[in-house]
Design a protein around this ligand. Structure first.
Ligand code: ASP
Length: 323
């Protein structure tokens, strides 16, 4: 029988009602007891890492989770992390990036309703997570409502529907009574596990609306941000006409060594800066294409790129390399 380590971090799955709304209070051990060991395909040990609403998570908490996995990697066959759904996509992207050459499955799950609430999706999602962990496919995955999503591709699409998570620009695997129907599997790593927890956190996202003042970009640079993701329109475009061109601000930012990444407000298909002048001109000034990656993945990668890469060329190559 496989040995799985469950790392509990909070979220709605661990919540109980309070005067101020739902508060994460249940321990991982309690959830496991409610679930009942019978019928699980594995032995489970639990570590309580934190008990937070995931909106309160900080990048240092990703490091704690990645470190807990790396430290115990030789002792367990896989890991299940219970987590709030609100920032689960960021954590999944972070663990995917931080645990290079991960030889074990790390399955992140949570729920839209508290574990003990009537009709909760928590028990099913947690049980599914253990089954997926026992499949032994290495990598970080989000398991939610019967779907198995690559950690670098997950995105929360619904605030209430049980089918909360989508797989962005990558095939989704499904959990069936006969096991997981994988569409694509990452190859087994050929090097040793590396823990890459260095992050430059002075990274932010500027979401454009028609009429956004380019002065906002200058203000972010003045505030000390080292990487700025512009969530532009369609294929990644930013306004370039005289009534509000972003080009001078992008030029100033790049000249100061700030990395500008063009992302899209569209969830699917990704960025193509070569299609219109609104992309071509920004790219010519040094803006980096976000490609088909989610904003969550771009955020974590940009934090890593700014920490580990020595030159603007290295940052670009890292940002544009496949996830
Ligand atoms: N606010 C909760 C959290 O992210 C929502 C959830 O878990 O569904 O922790």
């Amino acid at each position: 029988m496989k040995n799985i380590l469950m790392l509990a971090t909070g979220g709605t799955i661990a919540c109980e009602p309070s005067e101020d709304g739902l508060v994460p209070r249940l321990s991982g051990e309690t959830m496991l007891q409610y679930l009942g060991g019978a019928g699980l395909p594995c032995r489970v040990e639990v570590r309580e890492l934190m008990n937070l609403d995931s909106s309160n998570l900080q990048p240092e908490d990703w490091k704690t989770m990645a470190g807990a996995v790396a430290d115990a990697c030789d002792e367990y066959d896989g890991f299940v992390i219970t987590h709030g759904t609100d920032t689960m996509a960021y954590t999944a992207a972070a663990l995917h990036q931080m645990l290079k050459n991960l030889p074990r499955p790390v399955i992140i799950t949570g729920s839209q309703l508290p574990f003990t609430a009537e009709g909760s999706d928590g028990p099913r999602n947690l049980r599914d997570a253990f089954f997926v962990a026992c499949e032994g496919v290495p990598g970080v995955f989000v398991t939610f409502h019967g779907a198995v999503i690559d950690g670098a591709r997950a995105k929360k699409m619904h605030t209430e529907s049980f089918a909360a998570y989508a797989s962005v620009n990558a095939p989704l695997a499904r959990i069936t009574p006969d096991g997981v129907l994988w569409k694509e599997r990452r190859p087994l790593p050929d090097g040793p596990l590396e823990l890459l927890t260095g992050l430059e956190c002075r990274v932010c996202v500027l979401k454009l609306v028609p009429g956004t003042s380019p002065a906002l970009l200058d203000m972010m640079v003045e505030a000390g941000y080292r990487g700025i993701i512009i969530e532009g329109f369609g294929a990644g475009g930013v306004p370039n006409d005289s009534r509000g061109s972003f080009l001078p601000s992008i030029r100033r930012a790049v000249e100061k060594g700030v990395v500008i990444v063009c992302a899209s407000q569209c969830v699917f298909d990704g960025v193509d800066l070569s299609r219109y002048p609104i992309g071509v001109l920004a790219a010519r000034l040094g803006a980096v294409s976000g490609g088909d990656k989610t904003v969550e993945t771009l955020t974590v990668r940009l934090m890593q790129a700014l920490y580990y890469c020595g030159s603007a060329e290295d940052v670009r190559a890292f940002m544009e390399s496949p996830v």
